[in-house]
Design a protein around this ligand. Structure first.
Ligand code: DGT
Ligand code: CA
Ligand code: CA
Ligand code: ZN
Length: 574
């Protein structure tokens, strides 16, 4: 909820800035947004305890607006601004290199009101002549527009899945609804989602769909009948997403779930198998003539077709049918013994080492690795070598007091533009766990980027390469890496590749995980959490790992603590 409110405050600031509003007000909304986003507890709880009022920077006006949000789900200042600014102007801000200030100039000087009119103005050469723009920034804008078009209409899993879960819960509470399932690409754990697909078993289809079209957040009803409804809902974290709800009979639930989970490619292959046996497979069941021989549950369908149950994440027609039930023993959430990429208050995290360790233990973990940024990541409040050693001392102290959970002292050290690391080896040697990541000069050519990554893999103190591609979903492309070289070097040096579970990253992606598995590489599945809530992002990474056919035996943090400690020290030959 804090996040949602913070986003609204930030959007108010954007809207004010686009309309050329008062600088002081704009900055104040931005500051409040950041404060709310960084609170360690929910605003509702803090408000109730009377603590919110005491936080510096939170004034009476802010409290009023937060209360308004808590009771009505929206903030009137925000709504009013939204109606006064052309809707297309906000879209401009989705272009990676375009901020509200530039959007304001474009609107003011050239009458630009959306991406379309911006493209026209660029084509006429008007934009590059504007103050503060120029050829280079126009190039950047065009690249950004192209990027947007490529990712058009798809929502990251980390935004779409929580919405699907809330909606499934809502539908489950309708009168007469007996069962709800989430199907489609969300169930398969795809990194981006086109639309949400829900199924339910209900007494009265017409009534169920009707109620569905009226739930909070619906901005448009696309279709409403007695077995299917489609609506568009506003996403609390920004954007909109379409949701399909289908009402199916109890007898066909398995067949419907199988069909609507997809993928389409996987379904086509299954249908072929059925046809080869002289049967028919559709969303109602598996039929031999008129007789339904399976369809009540999914497993029955796979069994009749001569297959073992195929986990949803594998249903992409990437070999899961050919391997005839000889499927890998996939990693699962329960196998994870600890999270090894977590930031604490020493750099830009929001929770202390103690809080993080307690939260890890609550999740059933046996260890947690604290990995703050190094000094070159200045915006992330990276630590100097001295500050790092001080933080290590604190971690060791906390660790001594804990039972049942171990805290490893680590770092996420920057790989600098020349391939060297941001800390000398003698500092790295004092740590239990070292992740090396690229955070700068990501636009270097294939050769240099690959060499940098390989230099890090070759360092005996480096245990893992962090978010190896550097992509940010919907915001930034992956670096131009030679994957074959990087993966084979990782296998050869016994260095793990991180699968960073932050939903903006999911990096490695599913295909890279598969490549890493085939090369016999280690992967380590970590959240990059900046607070205890983000430890929950592990789910997205687990699904991505499963989509890459990852087995427990190749996942570093599926090892028990004693084993991983040995693995870690063996790495530096000690
Ligand atoms: P998305 O929404 O683009 O992220 O991907 P999906 O996989 O959720 O696709 P969607 O929503 O179009 O359809 C949901 C599932 O329904 C899909 O995975 C398989 C099934 N489906 C849809 N259209 C067809 C079709 O023409 N043939 C078959 N065999 N299955 C289909
Ligand atoms: Ca879908
Ligand atoms: Ca759909
Ligand atoms: Zn990082």
């Amino acid at each position: 909820m804090n996040r949602e409110i913070a986003i609204i405050f930030d959007e108010i600031a954007d809207l004010l800035e686009i309309t050329g509003g008062d600088r002081f007000r704009i900055n104040s909304y931005r500051r409040v947004s950041r404060i709310i986003d960084e609170l360690p507890e929910s605003v509702a709880d803090l408000l109730e305890k009377g603590k919110l009022q005491k936080i510096p920077g939170i004034g009476k006006g802010t409290i009023d607006r937060i209360q308004e949000y808590l009771s009505k789900g929206k903030i009137s200042t925000h709504q009013e601004l939204l109606t006064s600014v052309p809707a297309g102007l906000l879209d401009l801000l989705r272009i990676p290199s375009l901020g509200p200030k530039k959007a304001h100039t474009l609107h003011q000087e050239l009458g630009v009101k959306d991406i379309d009119s911006l493209q026209k103005a660029i084509a006429k050469g008007k934009v590059e002549k504007l103050d503060g723009f120029g050829k280079k920034s126009v190039e950047k804008i065009l690249e950004g527009i192209e990027f947007l078009e490529r990712s058009a209409g798809r929502t990251p899993l980390g935004i779409a899945r929580p919405v699907a879960e809330i909606l499934a819960q809502t539908v489950a509470e309708f009168a007469g609804v007996k069962k709800v399932e989430i199907a489609g690409s969300v169930r398969r754990g795809k990194e981006t989602i086109g639309d949400l697909d829900l199924l339910c078993v209900a007494a009265d289809g017409f009534k169920t769909i009707k109620t569905f079209t009226k739930i909070r957040g619906v901005t448009e009803v696309v279709a409403a009948g007695k077995t299917k409804g489609s609506v568009v809902v506003a996403n609390p974290l920004g954007g909109e997403i379409q949701v399909d709800l289908r009402v199916v009979s109890k007898e066909s639930l398995g067949a419907a779930l199988q069909y609507f989970t997809g993928s389409k490619e996987h379904n086509v292959r299954l249908r072929e198998l059925a046809i080869n046996k002289g049967w028919k497979l559709n969303e109602y069941g598996l039929f031999k003539g008129d007789e339904m021989i399976a369809g009540k549950d999914e497993a029955g369908i796979y069994k009749k077709l001569g297959l073992k149950f195929i986990p949803p994440e594998l249903r992409e027609d990437r070999g899961e049918i050919e391997c005839k039930g000889n499927l890998p023993d996939l990693i699962g959430l329960d196998d994870i013994q600890g999270d090894l990429h977590v930031h604490c208050t020493a750099s830009d995290g929001r929770n202390t080492v103690e809080q993080l360790a307690a939260a890890a233990q609550k999740r059933g973990y046996k260890y947690i690795g604290i990995t703050d940024h190094s000094k070159s990541s200045a915006i992330a409040n990276g630590l100097s070598a001295d500050e790092l050693l001080e933080s290590v001392e604190n971690i060791r102290k906390v660790n001594k007091k804990l039972k049942g959970v171990a805290v490893l002292a680590g770092t996420e050290v920057d790989i600098l533009a020349d391939g060297s690391l941001d800390y000398p080896d003698k500092v790295l040697a004092k740590l239990d766990w070292v992740i090396a990541s690229i955070h700068s000069a990501q636009g270097q050519g294939r050769d240099r980027i690959t060499k940098r990554s390989i230099a890090a893999l070759e360092n005996p103190y480096v245990h893992a390469l962090g978010h190896p591609s550097g992509r940010l979903l919907g915001q930034r492309d992956a670096m131009d890496l030679d994957w074959e070289k990087v993966i084979s070097k990782a296998a050869q040096t016994n260095t793990a590749l991180e699968l960073n579970c932050s939903w903006q990253r999911l990096d490695l992606n599913d295909l890279h995980v598969r490549q890493a598995m085939e090369a016999g590489c280690w992967i380590v599945i970590c959240t990059d959490a900046h607070d205890i809530e983000q430890l929950g992002q592990i789910d997205y990474g687990i699904q991505t790992a499963r989509r890459g056919w990852a087995t427990k035996s190749r996942v570093l943090n599926a090892m028990p603590i004693t084993k991983i400690k040995k693995w870690l020290s063996a790495k530096h030959g000690g």
